[in-house]
Design a protein around this ligand. Structure first.
Ligand code: 3PG
Ligand code: CO
Length: 555
């Protein structure tokens, strides 16, 4: 019979304050000038590393260790926090969509049937991130969906693209648009009226997250739904090339544009009777648009028109909100997360980050579930992020504020677990600005110090880890690991995450003597952290959780 009750750990005590610190985008890589963590002053993280191998080790944070299709898939915050919080490895959205497309099951589901109802009289609109990054979406999945939908009766298709440059190299948008244009041209040869209708850079158009800045979603809405944007072009290729040639332009931040016919009429506004699919599988940056497309009552911006459409997400993005209500592929069912277990076992939890990562340490941590398990046992604090800036401008972000909140929560002694995400390494790493990323890493290190000092004061324990790599490698490399140069002889800056492992460190005055990392879990990954954390709270982990990383030796 199922019970939420966790068995007592035979050797470890309950009631110690535990800080769980997740450094976002903080991997381990060899030391060179493109390793911003190495270049930055990071005395706190350096000193934790001195505890190896008993108190510091590396864990896997990419590929199959976090439920991604292949070992070539870099880690990301969604799958990383899912694994950290759930303690088990789930086939993730990327893989589930691959399977659904390969087997054709995607076309038998309720979601596809629902959008198909519009194929005779309406247009099928596909909105999403155009790249092969594999973090939010993948081009090959879009290609298969285009093929599958057209073979099943879609006669008029409009693609609304969001250019990437964040999970893939900046500048790669041009190639992706070319590929898509070729595919659409082939569909047109078959008599299907298929085109790109609008576009924009992901960070400026549509893909905001955690309600940081609704203007981003509004810009997308205006282009995608209303057919209105500051820039009009005859083709998407022309649009991307032209907009990229502006000073300081980048794929991530291209302004919104619409594609128009010879009379200047936009090709693809979304109107009554159309079908819409948001083809990203990852939730965080599609949830806001999903609300705008689905909710009758909506006050985040003036939609001007609210077309009567059949809308489906590639996945259901939020299991608690059941958003969107229609979807093509069922999301991973991540239940019985460590957070839910711990509240059932009277572990009082505090979680905090700034807006841009707030949902990582709550929503993703809790298995893509928004809200509290038990509000009497939990407190989640969101520190408002700066909006409308790229974070290389303010690389310290809200690290101090997050650390202060964590410190106060620890010193209040009202919580057993105080969990934070420190975004700096990741958010600044994604800008590709090396100088700023070095400042970011130092700021994150200082925040860790503040939290560890508080743990010291209350006699607690800490677990310091990361969700995936980013700041430790800022350059694209060849197979030998040498930096790649572009045509102009400049190194190619890597704005994306990496395949690197991440550190995990344990310690603090409350850590029972004899606790150390086991040697017999050499391939341990992020999913092993949940059992480890449960042990440190004085509990055994459920038997189906990935095994703990620690052991207690008598001494
Ligand atoms: C983003 O959404 O910012 C990137 O695609 C992935 O970054 P994250 O996984 O660290 O959030
Ligand atoms: Co990131």
């Amino acid at each position: 019979d199922f019970s939420w009750k966790l068995a007592d750990h035979p050797k470890l005590p309950k009631g110690k304050a535990l800080a769980v610190v997740v450094l976002d985008g903080w991997g381990e890589a060899s030391a060179d000038q493109f390793n911003c963590i190495h270049v930055a002053e990071t005395p706190t993280m350096d000193s934790l590393k001195q505890g190896a191998p008993e108190k510091w080790r590396l864990v896997r944070a990419h590929g199959t260790a976090v439920g991604l299709p292949t070992e070539d898939d870099m880690g990301n915050s969604e799958v990383g926090h899912n694994a950290l919080g759930a303690g088990r490895i789930y086939a993730q959205g990327a893989k589930l969509v691959d399977i659904a497309l390969a087997t054709g099951k995607i076309y038998d589901g309720e979601g596809f049937k629902y959008i198909k109802e519009c194929f005779d009289a309406g247009t099928l609109h596909l909105i999403g991130l155009l790249s092969d990054g594999g973090v939010h979406s993948r081009l090959d999945q879009l290609q298969l969906l285009l093929k599958g939908a057209s073979e099943r009766g879609a006669k008029r298709i409009r693609v609304h693209i969001l250019t990437d440059g964040r999970d893939v190299l900046d500048g790669s948008s041009v190639g992706f648009v070319e590929t898509l244009e070729n595919d659409l041209a082939k569909l047109r040869e078959k008599g299907i009226d298929a085109r790109i209708a609008s576009g924009g850079g992901r960070m400026y158009v549509t893909m905001d997250r955690y309600e940081n800045d609704w203007e981003v979603v509004k810009r997308g809405w205006d282009a995608q739904v209303l057919g209105e944007a500051p820039h009009q072009f005859k083709s998407a290729l022309e649009a991307v090339k032209k907009l990229r040639s502006e000073p300081k332009a980048s794929d991530q931040y291209l302004p919104p544009f619409v594609i128009t016919d010879d009379n200047g009429k936009p090709f693809g506004p979304i109107v009554d009777g159309d079908a819409v699919v948001t083809f990203n599988f990852r939730a965080d940056r599609m949830t806001m648009l999903a609300k705008a497309l689905e909710y009758q009552d909506f006050d985040k911006f003036d939609r001007v028109r609210f077309p009567k459409i059949h809308y489906a997400g590639m996945l259901q993005y939020d299991g608690e909100l059941k958003l969107p209500s229609r979807y093509l592929v069922s999301p991973p069912e991540i239940g019985r997360t460590s957070g839910e277990y711990l509240v059932h076992n009277r572990v009082r939890t505090f979680a905090c980050s700034e807006t841009v990562k707030f949902g990582h340490v709550t929503f993703f941590w809790n298995g893509n579930r928004s809200g509290y398990f038990n509000q009497n046992m939990e407190e989640y604090v969101e520190i408002p992020s700066d909006s409308g800036i790229t974070f290389n401008v303010k690389p310290k972000m809200k690290a101090v504020e997050i650390a202060e909140k964590a410190r106060d929560a620890i010193l209040s002694r009202k919580f057993d677990q105080v969990r934070v995400n420190l975004p700096n390494g990741d958010m600044v790493g994604h800008t590709g600005d090396i100088e700023a990323t070095i400042v970011a890493c130092k700021a994150a290190d200082e925040a860790v110090k503040m939290i560890l000092d508080a743990i010291e004061q209350v006699g607690g324990i800490y677990v310091v880890t990361a969700d995936h790599g980013n700041a430790e490698d800022m350059v694209k490399r060849n197979k030998k690991g040498e930096p790649l140069l572009d045509k102009a002889g400049k190194v190619q800056i890597l704005t994306s995450h990496t395949l690197q492992p991440v550190p995990i460190a344990i310690g603090g005055p409350g850590l029972a003597p004899g606790v150390r990392f086991r040697k017999d879990v050499p391939n341990g990954g992020l999913a092993n952290v949940a059992a480890t954390v449960m042990n440190l709270h004085g509990f055994e982990a459920p038997s189906d959780y990935e095994t703990t990383l620690i052991e207690v030796v008598d001494n």
